[in-house]
Design a protein around this ligand. Sequence first.
Ligand code: DC
Length: 223
Amino acid sequence: MGKLTIALDGPAGSGKSSVAKQIAKTLGILYLDTGAMYRAVGYDILKKGIDPLDRERVESAMKDIDVLIRFIDGQQQVWVNGEDVTGKIRTPEISKAASDVSAHPAVRMAMVELQRETSEQYDMILDGRDIGTFVLPNAEFKFYLVASCEERARRRHKELAERGIDRPLSEIQREMEQRDYNDSHRALAPLKQAEDAVLIDSTAMTIDEVARQIIDTIKGEVK
Ligand code: DC
């Protein structure tokens, strides 16, 4: 593990990635978006014409799926089999495919290994679902971010609209609830708050306020 490792877990739309980016910038450390890795696998599985729920075919395809993380000026890029997919994985279809493939143990173990290796090399904040419980149970700092379902759907709706993807709010909320259910009910390393994680409810908070609370907690403990 690097000198400083911060685990930030929580459901979709809880604000993890915006908060993690801000903290990484303020503390001068790297931000590892672990969801992007599962998204890259989901992207490649769909591209290969495989049903992301088909465990046998997905696990067998994993042998030929090579996910690579690069940091360019502190910005993460994710590559799969030589293709830079960084800008192609933020769609509702890939969100669902990522959640589906992430439940298969061979996919999880490959991604978890990559996450552990990467975190050993740098000081970083990692966001995901199982960082504090499974990937890095000894992380120095753990936070678990939540927000109401309605607020999380509103945030995702706005984010998609800003990128020209127009989806009814009710549909986004339904998909999000379905994905949270999937993520928290899989057998291996489900979405769950670690016992030693600090719980933050971001429903009525801005990104700045959440980031500030996390940084204050960290600074209060690192003397
Ligand atoms: O954080 P995200 O929405 O980009 O994640 C996409 C999916 O990847 C999520 O629905 C479940 C899976 N995921 C996971 O299982 N474990 C992680 N640490 C991160 C993401």
